[in-house]
Design a protein around this ligand. Sequence first.
Ligand code: ZN
Length: 136
Amino acid sequence: MKQVDHIGIAVHSIEKSLPYYTETLQLSLIAIEEVAQQKVKVAFLDAGNVKLELLEATESESPIAKFIAKRGEGVHHIAFGVENIRARMKDLKENGVQLLQEEPKKGAGGAEVAFLHPKSSYGVLYELCEKTTTGE
Ligand code: ZN
């Protein structure tokens, strides 16, 4: 794993929670984007070496809606930046780590992402995130 790229935080509403981050904590907003495939709207904030990713469900069957219904708002996942996501997924699988999908999915900013099952990761939902050359 190269480094932590971002921390995902589930919120009821980006519109409502964003002023806390941009005004109270004074972090700068990088971008707001809808990721249709994951049924979320996301807002990325610059927190120095790491970004924060606010996640709002766009549909009731979004994983974020289910997470909030069960556990409330809060830290949802930690994302590692990786260079070759398919190779990392293969390595992890060979080491007995359960992944939530077989193939990487399209995430925010056109990145390729994949999640590790929290049961394999001592209760933490980890994301692998490979940046494409063009996007944030
Ligand atoms: Zn993420």
